[in-house]
Write a protein that binds this ligand. Structure first.
Ligand code: TLP
Length: 342
């Protein structure tokens, strides 16, 4: 099976399995798990932050970050195609009483600076106070686009001017760093908090990290406990995360190359619309005309290929460690054959 539905589908490597089995562990709610501590310090070091916190998922990492920056009735500015806005069950509103104000995302994942500035509320009896700007890097539903350090600086300046904080959903921040050839810390410098995932292209089975100042992480640790995310011998899963951060970042380039190859080849097939110039990391979106989307997905499945239809006629393919260049060639040939017959 060639599974292009998500990079979350990657399985742990053999060295992760070995490390998990023999990890040194303790009760992390007591602050006594040495492997979790090691992972948290490595995450802080990589993101250039004071400290970090291991959490079960990206969704929980984003939620507790927002809960730690905002109180009930506060407003956050975020992209209308952001994961927090579209895919996190409205948790910030449901659990935090935080009012999300979605602003239009450009195709490259940015939100225009003037739109952001106009979105900031001024003191007025009718308005919730704006507290936080949430950005996403890479931007999943903007074709996995990486946000540049220059853009982060511009948003950082704006946030400073109005006394706002920035939270970065960096679920795939290492893809961004590899694509832009910059250290992760350059992409996170202007963010007050960042969440990144180990469980996507980096292949760990579970887990994300939130990084920031120690005052912020103290609040986040308490918020994590409140939403049920206090873990005990979590070192078993943190052990896989250490391998992800130490050994699996550089190979992400291979996934980016495969994504570009896939996009460039399928762009030549009649009935597929894809803008290959927008493919910068491991995610591609394409549009199909001339064949019913459900029929396409079913026919692919019969050919041992899984893909996600995100909207009628719109598909997402995500490249990862378990899809080789050879398999990408098989995917291209299968697309060609299905669409040739449509
Ligand atoms: N993204 C998943 C799905 O939820 C869509 C995927 O397959 O891409 N931020 C971003 C940018 C994400 O892409 C995701 C997961 C998360 C947060 C949430 O992470 P988890 O799944 O660990 O809660």
């Amino acid at each position: 099976m060639i599974d292009l539905r998500s990079d979350t589908l990657t399985h742990p490597t053999q060295s992760m399995r070995d490390a998990m089995a023999y990890a040194e562990v303790g009760d992390d709610v007591f602050g006594e798990d040495p492997t979790v501590k090691k992972l948290e310090s490595l995450a802080a070091e990589k993101t250039g932050k004071e400290t970090a916190l291991f959490v079960p998922s990206g969704t929980m990492g984003n939620l507790i970050s927002v809960l730690s920056h905002c109180g009930r009735g506060d407003e956050i500015l975020l992209g209308d195609r952001s994961h927090i806005s579209l895919y996190e069950v409205g948790g910030v509103a449901a659990l935090g009483g935080v009012h999300p104000r979605p602003l239009r995302n450009n195709n490259d994942g940015t939100i225009s600076l003037d739109l952001l500035e106009k979105g900031i509320r001024h003191a007025d009896i009718h308005s919730p106070p704006t507290r936080l700007i949430c950005l996403e890097n890479t931007h999943n539903f903007c074709q996995g686009s990486p946000l540049t350090p220059e853009y982060m600086t511009q948003v950082g300046d704006l946030a400073n001017k109005y006394g706002l904080k920035i939270h970065l959903d960096g679920a795939r921040i290492f893809n961004a760093a590899v694509a832009l050839k910059v250290p992760v810390a350059e992409l996170t410098e202007k963010a007050d908090s960042i969440m990144f995932c180990l469980s996507k292209g980096l292949s760990a089975p579970v887990g994300s990290l939130v990084a920031g100042s120690s005052t912020f992480i103290d609040k986040a640790r308490k918020a994590r406990k409140m939403v049920g995310g206090g873990m005990r011998q979590a070192g078993h899963i943190a052990a896989a995360g250490l391998i992800a951060l130490n050994n699996l970042i550089d190979r992400l380039q291979e996934d980016h190359d495969n994504a570009k190859f896939l996009a460039s080849q399928i762009s030549k097939i009649d009935g597929i619309e894809v803008d290959e110039t927008r493919v910068k990391t491991n995610i591609i979106f394409f549009k199909l005309t001339g064949i019913d989307g459900e029929v396409f997905v079913d026919t692919l499945a019969k050919n041992q290929i899984k893909i996600l239809m995100t909207d009628p006629g719109i598909f997402r393919a995500v490249l990862h460690r378990e899809v080789s260049k050879e398999q990408v060639t098989t995917v291209i040939e299968t697309f060609r054959s299905i669409l040739g017959k449509a």
